[in-house]
Design a protein around this ligand. Structure first.
Ligand SMILES: [Zn+2]
Length: 280
């Protein structure tokens, strides 16, 4: 090889390295700053809507709330929402994105890449050869929700079901273990530890053990995972009391603990009340 050829090859390699390691992060940083600016004008609308409908939001401190809102915005912008037989409203994509953000708030990766399409239907619907209607499902073509059931799920109701969280839990497992398109290092590593605790409980339930997770969690291990996620957020105190090891494994896996968040907020309220009391 001539000296000139060597020089050209070296130049090509060093330009590639420059683009990948230096320019790409700079471009990403620039694009993120632009998105943050665009979000600034809409932040109040997001905050009002999410504060009204997502009880979880009130457990977060100010910094976490800001992170939650911006991630919801980024998630929504990255997806294409399809409305099937239902009148589109501005809160639909925001609330669906907020539920995905709730699940992944403690993780680094939150975009559930691979899923670009989210389908919103009005009521529960029939799918494939199943005889029972669906409230939602996830398959290779996208994430599907019945809007009525989605809204029912995010209300603070005693049945602990939340179809939004349920389907996002399937989607999170899908992008980490099936398509491997949006792998979160922490989640993948900790899922093994989660399963060490979860598998034996799942197997005992298949043999007849009754737990707060209910019958549907016995269907298969995927459903056990998705129902555990719903219960973790919707019925945290009872979950921790009845299945403490599974609760701890889930908190570790998702890198967040709904009960601790509540305690933290309570501390703040307590201090405010004391201060007020002293002053007056
Ligand atoms: Zn499911």
């Amino acid at each position: 090889m001539e000296a000139l050829e060597v020089l050209i090859v070296c130049l090509i390699v060093s330009s590639a390295v420059l683009v990948i390691y230096v320019l790409q992060p700079l471009v990403e940083k620039f694009l993120l700053a632009r998105k943050r600016k665009a979000f600034g004008a809409q932040e109040d609308f997001y905050r009002e809507l999410i504060a009204k409908h997502i009880p979880y939001f009130h457990r977060l401190d100010e910094e976490q709330q800001a992170k939650f809102l911006f991630r919801t915005f980024l998630f929504q912008k990255a997806k294409k929402f399809h409305y099937v037989g239902v009148r589109q409203s501005p809160e639909m994509p925001i609330l669906i994105s907020a539920v995905a953000t709730q699940l992944t708030l403690g993780l680094e990766k939150f975009s559930l890449n691979y899923f670009r399409d989210i389908f919103v239907l009005e009521h529960d619907y029939h799918y494939g050869y199943y005889s029972l209607p669906f409230m939602g499902h996830v398959d290779s073509s996208g994430i599907y929700f019945s809007w009525n059931d989605f809204m029912q799920g995010i209300k603070n109701n005693p049945d602990s079901s939340n179809v939004g969280l349920h389907e996002m839990a399937h989607a999170l497992a899908y992008v980490n273990f099936v398509t491997k398109t949006d792998e979160d290092k922490h989640f993948k590593k900790e899922f093994k530890n989660f399963s060490k605790v979860a598998r034996p409980i799942y197997q005992e339930m298949q043999k007849g053990r009754k737990t707060l997770l209910g019958e549907y969690a016995c269907t298969n291990y995927h459903e056990f995972w998705a129902v555990s996620v719903e219960m973790f957020f919707e019925n945290s105190v009872r979950f921790k009391h009845e299945l403490p090891q599974l609760y701890a494994a889930m908190a570790n896996l998702l890198n967040q603990d709904p009960i601790e968040q509540i305690k933290y907020k309570r501390n703040i309220i307590y201090r405010q009340i004391r201060t007020t009391h002293v002053v007056h």
